[in-house]
Each structure stands twice: as structure tokens, then as C-alpha cells.
Design a protein around this ligand. Structure first.
Ligand SMILES: Nc1nc2c(c(=O)[nH]1)N[C@H]1C(S)=C(S)[C@@H](COP(=O)(O)O)O[C@H]1N2
Ligand SMILES: [Mo]
Length: 199
């Protein structure tokens, strides 16, 4: 015991960590919400995808939980400059949810209970890059962190990961959401430091 081979890929040491530009590490899990925390019970929660033709696909909590889940471990990066590494979630991949949704849309607008919205290209929700997460660190997702269900899109700044997510509008034209309308970047790639419009 005690010998770690050079190829060991377990817990990353501080010196090995590559953070996006301008970010610092935190072990805390800060809460960032633009308004009060909506209390959405699992029984009333539903997820609704509305396509560009107005077709609606909906999942109740029960139907949602019956879908195959994944347990991704990912790094998250907030535009206020904290990053948290190796966070583990349980959720349903958007690939799974959108598998039978027919669409030619290029954009998505996520809608949350409470009115928050955020936009992203539809392709950024696909190919194993986005989940509807309902557990964090082995426990039901806490309401402050978006429970019962939040969007998790770790390759973009964390404002794109809509808490208390209620649905997705699939759109043929990009439509800015809450923070994007307020001057934040339309796409928000942390590695390109796309914090604000014009970055
Ligand atoms: N519905 C909703 N989702 C949201 C927000 C919000 O205010 N409302 N804030 C965003 C921002 S700016 C960040 S950094 C993360 C924060 O998630 P956390 O509170 O779980 O850390 O949620 C994002 N999703
Ligand atoms: Mo944020």
C-alpha cells in the first residue's frame, strides 16, 4: 500500500488541476439564485419539451424516474469565478429524453419553475453532455441547488444549468434567457472565458 504509480488517475492533486482562465477552486457548494427558491413537490413536477411545431412531450416525475439514469462526475464553473471539481450527480441524459422527439430546431430555451430561462444550442444538450439531474453526491437534490430536478450542462458556465427545470422549448431561432438578456454571453464557454457579451 501507499505506492501510487505515475499513471494513477484518481484524486487530482492541486498542481495537476487545470482550471478555466480566471477561475479559483472551492470545496464549498455556493448557492446562486436570482430569486426565491420555488418549492416544487415531486408529485407536481413535470418536464415538458415543446418543439418548434408546437408538439409537446411531457414526463411526470414517475415517468421520468423510470428512464435509465446515469451518474456523471463532472467539474462545474460559475461565472462568478468559483469552480468545483469532481461533483457527482445522478440524472437522465438529454439524449435519452430527446431520443423520440422529432425536431429540426437548432436552439433550446430551458424554462424553470419560478420563471428563470437560459438558452443554448440544442447540440450542446446532446452527445452525453447534459443531464436532468435529481441527485447530488448520493442524495436527493436539495431545493436550494435546484431540486427536485435541475439541468446540468457542465461544459458551459453554470448559469446554463437551470435549477428547478420545468421544460425546454426547441427553437429554430436563438432566444436569449434571463442572464443572456442582462449582458452575459450567449454561449458561455468557460475555457474561452465567454463571461459577457463581446467576450
Ligand atoms: N432557476 C434558476 N437556475 C439557475 C439560477 C437561478 O437563479 N435560477 N442561477 C444559475 C447560476 S448563475 C448558477 S452559478 C447556478 C448555481 O447553482 P447552485 O446554486 O446549485 O450553485 O445555477 C444556475 N441556475
Ligand atoms: Mo453563476
Amino acid at each position: 500500500m501507499g505506492i501510487v504509480s505515475p499513471g494513477f488517475h484518481g484524486r487530482r492533486r492541486q498542481g495537476d488541476v487545470k482550471l478555466p482562465p480566471g477561475q479559483y477552486l472551492t470545496d464549498d457548494f455556493p448557492v446562486l439564485s436570482a430569486g426565491p427558491t420555488p418549492r416544487v413537490g415531486q408529485d407536481e413536477w413535470e418536464f415538458v419539451v415543446t418543439t418548434e411545431t408546437g408538439e409537446r412531450h411531457r414526463w411526470s416525475w414517475r415517468e421520468f424516474l423510470a428512464l435509465p439514469s446515469e451518474t456523471p462526475t463532472v467539474d462545474i464553473h460559475c461565472v462568478t469565478k468559483w469552480s468545483k471539481l469532481g461533483t457527482t450527480w445522478t440524472g437522465v441524459s438529454l439524449d435519452t429524453l430527446l431520443a423520440d422527439v422529432e425536431t429540426t430546431a437548432d436552439y433550446a430555451l430551458a424554462r424553470s419553475y419560478g420563471g428563470y430561462t437560459t438558452n443554448l444550442p440544442l447540440e450542446d444538450l446532446l452527445d452525453g453532455r447534459a443531464w436532468l439531474a435529481y441527485r447530488f453526491d448520493g442524495e436527493d437534490l436539495h431545493p436550494e441547488h435546484g431540486g427536485p430536478v435541475r439541468l446540468l450542462v457542465p461544459h458551459l458556465y453554470f448559469w446554463k444549468s437551470a435549477k428547478w427545470v420545468h421544460g425546454l422549448d426547441l427553437l429554430t431561432q436563438d432566444e436569449p434567457g434571463f442572464w443572456e438578456t442582462a449582458g452575459y454571453h450567449d454561449y458561455g464557454d468557460p475555457w474561452l472565458e465567454q463571461r459577457y457579451q463581446g467576450d
